[in-house]
Design a protein around this ligand. Sequence first.
Ligand code: IMP
Ligand code: MG
Length: 180
Amino acid sequence: MHKDVLKVLLTKEQIAQRTKELAEQINKDYAGKSVLMICILRGAVLFFADLARLLDVDVRLDFMAVSSYGAGTSTSGEVRIVKDVSQPIEGLHVILVEDIIDTGHTLKYLKRLMESRNPASLKICALLDKPSRRETDLQGDYVGFEVPNEFVVGFGLDYAERYRNLPDVCVLKPEIYGGK
Ligand code: IMP
Ligand code: MG
């Protein structure tokens, strides 16, 4: 275990198993259709890569980057598009893939933006969901796990851009979140 980790919340085995279940559901729901999967960088990248490899429907991959947080652990409420998708999404079946739904502000904003571009359909897939923190009516369509109100890192999720490469979803020791 990494020296800064207090506890492991979800092991890589649990994540792999759940990702398989989500992929099976998506394969069933989108059978015979073409899907555009959009990875919300950077937190979703590991989940996205695993999920994409388990899909057997016709899939295209694209990427977006948004910034809503500074280096801390609480939301600023502000969402900025840092990188947009590289193709029009009109008429396509789109799935936005995120690492975590926290307050819901980021995805609420993105959902409204993407809907204005007239996709054939638009769904949200998130590895994690922290419903106790929600400040919007945003809901995920495909959700991996509900997590308690703790700041988590690993499997793509960061604290101040670190710990994204940890193979499990973890909670850090309190002194790490304090200052640095
Ligand atoms: P929301 O707009 O509050 O739903 O926040 C979404 C974004 O905040 C996510 O994409 C993450 O980048 C970040 N975030 C929220 N909670 C956590 C957490 O527990 N660990 C790491 N990042 C988080
Ligand atoms: Mg993120």
